[in-house]
Design a protein around this ligand. Structure first.
Ligand code: FES
Length: 153
């Protein structure tokens, strides 16, 4: 009789063990899934920035030395210049403290009136306090039309 009772106790113990193990595995999987989703929410993945070409003007409207202002995809002021046939586009925002730069065709450079910052026709900071070049846009000329690649909103 004694051995029969022991057998029932052992069976219950084995059943309890498997039940507890199954619950533990389920709990661990649930918490792991919740942790992964929680991390995705708290630390979003790197968003891929998309660019789109916008038509800004025509080569015929931009003779040597001329400039043309436009708004980029984020609504920021930008400028297109023709320097000896080389068409380039830059942000008008000075890299020092964010004032607006001016294109000086006679000197072939950009000037920031706030603290007398100077940038050459390639947007490189050449004098004054600006710490880095002007932000530059990719320009494509196709069939006489000038397209600038800007961030898609
Ligand atoms: S903001 Fe342009 S030089 Fe200071």
């Amino acid at each position: 009789m004694q051995s029969n009772e022991t057998s029932v106790d052992e069976e219950m113990t084995r059943r309890d063990f498997f039940s507890t193990a199954a619950m533990t595995v389920g709990l661990v999987l649930s918490l792991g899934t919740a942790a992964i989703y929680g991390l995705k929410y708290l630390v979003p993945g790197k968003k891929k920035i998309k660019y789109v070409d916008i038509l800004v003007g025509n080569v015929g409207d931009l003779p040597d030395g001329a400039s043309l202002e436009f708004l980029d995809g984020l609504g920021k002021k930008a400028i297109l210049i023709n320097n000896k046939g080389k068409i380039s586009a830059f942000s008008k925002i000075c890299t020092h403290l964010g004032c607006e730069v001016e294109w000086q065709a006679d000197k072939k450079e950009f000037f920031c009136p706030c603290h007398k910052g100077h940038f050459n026709a390639d947007g490189k900071n050449i004098a004054g306090p600006p710490p880095r070049p002007l932000d530059r846009y990719k320009v494509t000329v196709k069939d006489g039309n000038i397209y600038v690649s800007v961030r898609e909103v």
